[in-house]
Each structure stands twice: as structure tokens, then as C-alpha cells.
Ligand binder design. Sequence first.
Ligand code: ZN
Length: 176
Amino acid sequence: MQYAKKLWICWMCLPFLGACQVTQPQPAASQKQMPWIHISEGDTMWRIQKSDSEWRQILTDFEYYVLREKGTERAFTGEYWNWKQKGTYLCRACGLPLFQSDTKYDSGTGWPSFFQPINEWCVAEQVDTSYGMVRTEVLCARCDGHLGHVFPDGPPPTGLRYCINSVSLRFVPASK
Ligand SMILES: [Zn+2]
């Protein structure tokens, strides 16, 4: 009798056990890109995420090629490689301020070159192994737009060379 009772309880439990085992697979937190960027304690900035077709509506074909498909403009052809005005360079895709003219220098490469970004969070970096090279790609931290690459052969005080496509930037002159 006692055995039958136990068996009955087990049968009753089975549907619930089954229900517990049916769980939706959750992506690991590390695989998901957070929708915001940490700036400082208690200060965050929302990322800008658009579909490819939305970016195509905003950007010209060449801007899309460089910013979204990680293309590169030819050296000495961009708008800003020899630009010497005082002001701020924004991300051409989302308008985030990225570089100041007082950190721009003539690297002789034919691309706008800076020794540091406006702050430590406005650009993101990731390893780029394309073309058989290991380089560090620089992206806009807010919209993930491709900007260029950073190399360890820049001038003081950082020793870094942010080699950026003109077409990824939009210059805004300093107000007088
Ligand atoms: Zn951007």
C-alpha cells in the first residue's frame, strides 16, 4: 500500500518535473552587447544601433563602404588629411565628438592622424586580422562605425597614431 502511494506521488510529480526542464536557452551575458556605454560612475550613453538598410538611407555609398563595411579611402584623397583648422572631428555616422584638432598631427601617411581621442570611452578598439596583418581597428563607440586603425608609432605624449579615414569624420570649426 505504501509503495503504491509513493508511486502515485511520483506520477503526480512527473508533469511538473517535465515543465521545469523546458527552459528557453539564454545567451550568455558576455555574448550580448550591452545597449549602453559606461562613461563614468553613474553616467552612461545609449548605443546607436541601426539596420543595414537604415544606415544606407543616412550615408552615401562611400561613407557606407568605409563606416559599415570597414573600407579604406585612398591615401591623400580624403577631405581632412591636410586639414589644419581648429575644431572638433565628429563621427560622420552618429555625430559623436571623437578627436580635437590640437591632437592632430602630420604623420605623412595621407590620412588624418591624431595622437589621442577626445576621451577614453568615445572610441572602441578590436583586433583586425584582415589582409594577413594583425592591426587594432578603431570604431566609434556609440554606433560601431569603422574609423580606421591605431598604431604604436605616434608622437608624445601617447606614442599612438590614430590613423582615421576622412570620410568617417565630420569637422566642426571651433566657435570664435
Ligand atoms: Zn558614431
